[in-house]
Design a protein around this ligand. Structure first.
Ligand SMILES: NC(=O)c1ccc[n+]([C@@H]2O[C@H](COP(=O)([O-])OP(=O)(O)OC[C@H]3O[C@@H](n4cnc5c(N)ncnc54)[C@H](O)[C@@H]3O)[C@@H](O)[C@H]2O)c1
Length: 282
């Protein structure tokens, strides 16, 4: 049955999540605080749907129908009728906690509140609401329309029913959901980020240039993309935020973010989205 879905945050992830739900036949309200981000997101969805149509993976009718199911807004009140909310705002505990409190007050009590967080505690987000049994992690991978995995995270109080609904819904979207428990970084980033951080340390210590490090991992380990190319793709600010959560949450110095990563974020070199990171994207 088509759902009324609200997606909060129209950045790198939000536009892809909105697209996938719209392609799945659901109506989507895409909300951002920044009108410019909404314009860019709608442009990105249009481009991505066009590419799928070109490749013969989507008919012309389905393409325009999917686009027509997404409504962009800056008004938080527009999410009130949603059956399911996917939060994809910046990776910041304080902001996400505030957003979950607001969503809890605004939406119907039976609505499921999901977060696309990469690392932040689903249990903490649940505790910011009066319905922690309906709060869950729905962690999509970038780029969302192309990547099969959804890491589904069970918080301390998430109910079996909420888990089942989100696992079934992910399958209906054509994704493969994998259930994991709520610990910092879950599985994906607990394993991925130490590798990215180590690659940044290798640059920092002059072991090799970024191109060389990426080439070693691509050709030697058969990774489709080197770790520094991937870091630029994810966003260096997002990588730093996830490493901070791992470092604070697990208390182990092995997760200490590399000072070079910090300095690049301070400089505004955030990777692909800012035009510069380990590589230049002029
Ligand atoms: N980038 C990735 O590869 C990736 C992968 C998986 C998960 N994630 C997670 O997805 C989330 C979003 O990451 P992103 O890379 O899309 O970030 P981003 O910086 O590209 O976009 C975040 C968007 O949120 C908006 N925003 C900020 N506060 C808001 C609010 N209160 N309400 C609505 N919108 C608000 C910003 O204006 C911005 O457009 C984060 O939790 C991140 O950890 C990112």
């Amino acid at each position: 049955m088509p759902l009324r879905v609200a997606v909060l945050g129209a950045g790198t992830m939000g536009n892809g999540i909105a697209q996938v739900f719209a392609q799945g036949g659901h109506t989507v309200t895409l909300r951002d605080v920044d009108a410019g981000a909404l314009d860019r997101a709608m442009g990105q969805v249009d481009k991505s749907l066009a590419k799928l149509a070109e490749k013969g993976k989507l008919s012309a009718d389905d393409r325009s129908a999917a686009l027509g199911r997404i409504r962009a807004t800056t008004s938080i009140e527009d999410v009130a009728a949603a059956d399911l909310v996917i939060e994809a705002v910046v990776e910041n505990l304080q902001i996400k906690t505030q957003v979950f409190g607001e969503l809890d007050r605004l939406t119907r009590p039976e609505a499921i509140l999901a977060s696309n967080t990469s690392s932040i505690s689903i249990t903490k987000l649940g505790a910011a609401t009066r319905r922690p049994e309906k709060v869950i992690g729905m962690h999509f991978m970038n780029p969302v329309p192309l990547m099969a995995l959804v890491e589904v995270i069970r918080g301390q109080a998430t109910s079996d029913e909420t888990m089942r609904t989100v696992m079934d819904l992910s399958r209906a979207l054509g994704k493969t959901p994998v259930e994991v428990n709520d610990f910092p970084g879950f599985v994906a980033n607990r394993v991925l980020m130490p590798m990215i951080n180590e690659a940044v340390f290798a640059v920092y210590e002059g072991v090799a240039k970024p191109e060389a490090i990426d080439q070693v991992m691509k050709l030697g380990m058969n990774h489709p993309m080197g770790p520094l190319t991937l870091a630029d793709f994810i966003g260096l600010d997002v990588c730093l935020a996830i490493l901070e959560v791992l470092h604070d949450g697990l208390g182990d110095p092995k997760y200490r973010p590399c000072p070079l990563l910090r300095r690049m974020v301070d400089a505004g070199w955030l990777g692909r989205k800012s035009g510069r990171g380990f590589y230049s994207y002029a």
